[in-house]
Design a protein around this ligand. Sequence first.
Ligand code: ATP
Ligand code: MG
Length: 462
Amino acid sequence: MITSTIKKFVGRLFTPSASAGPQRIDRDQHGIDRRNVSRHAVKVCEVLRQQGYEAYVVGGAVRDLILGLEPKDFDVATNATPEQVRALFRRARIIGRRFQLVHVVFGQEIIETSTYRAPANGEQKTDEHGRILSDNVFGTQEQDAARRDLTINALYYDPHTEQVVDYHNGVQDLKKRQIRMIGNPEQRYREDPVRMLRAVRFAAKLNGTIEPGSRKPISALAELIENVPASRLFDEMLKLLTCGHAIDCLKQLREAGLHHGMLPLLDIVLEQPGGRRFIEEALERTDARVRSGRGISPSFLFAALLWPQVDARWKQIMAQGGHTIPALSEAADSVLDEQTEKLAIQRRFSSDMREIWFMQPRFERRQGKTTHRMIEQPRFRAACDFLQLRAAAGEFDSVLAQWWMDLANANDETRAEMIEETTRLPREAASEAPVRKRRRRPRRKPAVDGQAGGDAAPESLG
Ligand code: ATP
Ligand code: MG
C-alpha cells in the first residue's frame, strides 16, 4: 500500500507533464504585434478579464500571427461558461448543441468564444474504430490545450500581457515548421481521422514537414477516413483545396495514401495525362487566386476537378450515338452520383456545377440570339472562366475562348457590337473547337474577328 503510494508519487515527479506549467513566451520571442490582433477579440478578452475570468485568443489565429500571416478569424477560449459569456455582451448568442459556444457579434465580425474543454478521457462514446462521437465536458486550460490537434494549434495569446501560453512546444515547432500531433498520434487519429488530413494541410500551408512520429501511423490508418461523415469530409476537402497550397496538399495526400477516400476518382484522374493537365491548371489558378487574396467559388472548383471524368464519359456516350446535351447530362449524372456518395457535394453546388458544364457545348457557336440568351444566364461568367481553363489545357480553341472572355468583360454596348459583328460575318457553323455535334449546315471557314487579345486571366471564378 505504502510502496504503491510512493511509486505513484515518484512516478508523478518524473512524468514530463504540464505539471511544470506551460511556457510563457514573451513578445520579443513570439513576435506578435498586438495591432494585428482583431480589436474585437481583444475587447472580448478584456471584458472577460475585468469580470475575473481568464480569456485568450487561441488556435489558428495565434499560429497565423506568429507566422506573419493574416488570420481568417479570431477565436477566444475562456474559463467562463457559455451562459456567463453571453451575459456580458449585448450581441451574443449561444450556438451548438453538442458543445455549446458563444458567438459575440461586432458588425461583420464574429468572435467565437468557447469554454475550455476537457480532452478524450476514454469515457466518451466512440465508434468501433475509436472515433469520438460526443465530447462535451468543460475543463481547464491545460486540458483544453491537450484536446487540440497539433502543437502549433494549441497556443493561447493573452492580449493583456502579450504573452503566449504554450503547453506543447508549439512555438518551437512553428519556428521549425514542424507539424506534430499532441499526445499519441495513432490514438488521436483514431479518435478523429480528419486530423490526418489537417496534418497534411498544415504541412503544405507552412511549407513544412510532418514530424516522423506523427507521420508514421498515417498510411496504416488512412482507410479510417471512410468512416468520416461525408459532409465533414467535404468541408475538409474544401479547406484543403482553398488553402492556397492545393497542389502541394494533393501531392502530400497521395504520398500519405490519403487521397482515395477524398474524391473517389481523383487518383485515376491524376493518372490520366489529359485530365492531369486540366486539373493542375485549375489548381494552379486557384492557388494563385487564394494567395492574392481573391475569393474562390466551390462550385467552380469542383466542376473543374470532376470535368475530366465528365468529359471522358460524355465523349464515350456520344461515340455510342448519343446526342450532345442528353449525353452530357447523362455523363454529369453518373459522375455526380458516384462522387456524392462519399463526398456530400451540396445540392446548391452540384446544380451550379451542372450549369457550368452544360454551357460548354454552347460556346462552340456564337450566333446573335443564342449569345444574348447565354449572357443572361447567372453562371455565364463562371462558365466563361471555365472555358478559359479548357483552352489553357489545350482542349478548346484559344482564340474563340478569348472572344468569349472579352465578351464577358465588355460593357453592354460593346457586347451588342461584338454580337452584331458575328451576325454580319459569314454564318459560323462552329468554331475550331473539337466537333461534338452533328451539324445541320455545311461547315464553313470559321470567322476570326480580331477581337482577341487583352488579359486572358480569368477575373472571376464565380
Ligand atoms: P484554419 O485556418 O483552417 O481555420 P484553424 O486552426 O483555425 O485553421 P479550425 O478548424 O478553425 O482550424 O479550428 C480551430 C482550432 O480548433 C484549431 O486551431 C485546433 O486547435 C482545434 N481543432 C480543430 N479541429 C480539430 C480536431 N479535429 N481535433 C482537435 N482539435 C481541433
Ligand atoms: Mg479557424
